[in-house]
Design a binder for this molecule. Structure first.
Ligand code: NI
Length: 534
């Protein structure tokens, strides 16, 4: 019995049935053979939709075009610092860095990373990331799937949809059965891991033994490597994020790595049409596995993911995008990604807005350590700075050396400055930079905020020389650096386009100070110069 299914008006699904007629144009594949007779009811549709099709969910798209390359990525914004948004964004940022660090000299290299949703409910969200890299030989996009479990607040790989690795292997056998029966493939035609799992099962009468346990005598040097003819079968606890990720690494060549659920409650496995006879020039082949074939293989998360895909498809309640600032969903994990924090002191000033426009071209987020007195004078510039997603921090009221003040004097100065910033931007500052970097224990005790210094001083206030500022910044920045500039000087603001261009081409991502030092890592009254990783 197939369940009766209903969909909301916003959700579009890829119809396997529909592809029988429009398949060539869409580049997708039909359900073949025996099911073709069943014309009264679609056999199955793969559930996959664009985040924007889910009313109310915003997508963030980043695109940077430079002389040497074009890179872009987009991902759904599930909320401020949402683990899945952060995970997806970080994975995309890392891939972008690797791409930019290995650019070929010729051609017009382009990296396009996109996202679609496989399920969405208050309980589970499924995401598929696709990558098209013009420098790679294959023009088929690479992809991976991730599942967010709201109950544990963990991001899980596709392997966690199965209750253990035996179940995962069984799903390969179910796929092999479909390919043999519905696509008339001979056992030796079964591609990659599907063929290997199938052959092993045949050999051992259906019993699959983990690689490590199968024959300990063979080449102990190999360790846990998967030698020839050995399956990547282990006995990982797939409810554990780390073990499930490790299993996903081992099984990365599996077509199940790119699975969606089908409207019939089964699986829809995306395969390379070159591996499936009779698929012609289709760009991708979606192979359906019926629900009953995987019924016993799914994990508890797998059942909930299936339920979210088939019956959910609504914006998770708390994640309906509000028109908040541009910071929403911008969190990047700087323990993994190549981050740098650019900081600008002593403003807001007459060149600040020009700087904001330059930063926007590179999706650069920066931190502005502003003077309270100037914020009071130019509140609209401070407001625009914050609205563009930049961090606005405190640089005191009028640039006094805080060590010349009493504890109460420091407190008063900080309070007055914070109030002016909050009034202009709607958000109180959470980090501060003391003028001249000057602080002592009285200051530290009275501040009530972390002290952000720098590891790269561009000396821009002294040189007022655009080329020198560019050289300084570009040659000294490292992953995790905090770079000191002053946006009140024209020579500095003029240097920023070249600095962004060069650092972008080196694979850097420009983040706020708060993002550079991960959430909660900063302590009040402590001084920080950088977040270098070594
Ligand atoms: Ni200053």
């Amino acid at each position: 019995m197939r369940p009766h299914l209903r969909y909301g008006p916003h959700v579009s699904v890829i119809s396997l049935r529909r592809n029988v007629t429009v398949g060539v144009a869409l580049g997708m594949l039909l359900v073949p053979g025996c099911h073709a007779a069943d014309t009264s009811m679609p056999y199955a549709e793969a559930i996959q939709f664009a985040p924007e099709d889910l009313g109310g969910l915003n997508t963030r798209t980043v695109s940077v075009e430079s002389e040497d390359s074009t890179v872009s990525y987009s991902y759904p914004i599930l909320g401020e610092s949402h683990p899945l948004s952060a995970y997806v964004r970080t994975a995309m940022a890392e891939r972008q860095t690797a791409f930019l660090e290995n650019l070929p000299d010729r051609g017009d290299p382009e990296l396009v990373q996109t996202t679609s949703l496989l399920a969405a409910s208050d309980d589970v969200v499924g995401v598929r990331m696709s990558v098209t890299d013009s420098t790679k030989a294959s023009d088929r996009p690479g992809s991976s799937t991730l599942w967010y479990d709201a109950r544990t607040e963990q991001v899980m790989p596709w392997t966690s949809l199965f209750h253990d690795e035996q179940a995962l292997a069984q799903a390969h056998l179910a796929l092999a059965d479909v390919l043999r029966e519905d696509y008339d493939m001979a056992p030796e035609q079964l591609p990659g891991l599907v063929g290997e799992v199938s052959a092993k099962a045949e050999e051992s009468d259906g019993e699959l033994v983990p690689a490590a346990a199968s024959d300990p005598a063979t080449d102990p040097e190999e360790g846990e490597g998967t030698g020839e003819g050995e399956l990547p079968l282990g006995d990982a606890d797939l409810t554990d994020p780390e073990q499930a990720m490790e299993a996903a690494e081992r099984w990365s060549a599996s077509p199940l790595a790119d699975l969606a659920f089908s409207t019939a409650g089964g699986l829809a496995v995306r395969m390379d049409p070159a591996q499936i006879p009779g698929t012609g020039r289709a760009e991708e082949a979606l192979i359906p596995i019926e629900a009953e074939e995987t019924e016993e293989s799914l994990s508890e998360l797998g059942y909930r993911a299936r339920d979210a895909a088939v019956n959910g498809n609504s914006v998770p309640a708390e994640r309906v995008a509000e028109t908040t600032g541009d910071t929403e969903g911008r969190t990047l994990d700087c323990a993994e990604a190549k981050c740098v924090a650019l900081t600008f002191d002593d403003g807001p000033g007459e060149y600040t807005e020009e700087l904001l426009d330059t930063l926007a071209e590179y999706d650069a987020q920066a931190t502005f350590y502003v003077l309270g007195s100037l914020v009071e004078e130019f509140p609209e510039i401070a407001e625009r700075t914050a609205a563009k997603g930049h961090e606005v921090g405190s640089h005191t009221w009028k640039h006094d050396d805080l060590t010349s003040l009493s504890g109460d004097g420091v407190r008063e100065d900080m309070e007055r400055t914070s109030e002016a910033i909050e009034k202009a931007t709607g958000k109180a500052p959470r980090t501060m930079r003391p003028p001249y970097g000057s602080h002592n224990s009285t200051v530290s005790d009275a501040l009530g905020q972390p002290i952000i210094l720098w590891d790269v001083d561009t000396m821009d206030w002294q040189s007022r020389d655009t080329d020198a500022i560019i050289d300084h910044a570009v040659s000294e920045v490292d992953t995790g650096s905090v770079v000191l500039f002053h946006d009140i000087h024209k020579s500095t603001v003029d240097a920023i386009p070249d600095i962004l261009k060069e650092l972008h081409s080196q694979g850097y991502h420009f983040v706020s100070v708060e993002n550079l030092f991960a959430d909660g890592q900063l302590s009040e009254g402590e001084a920080y110069t950088d977040a270098r990783l070594e």
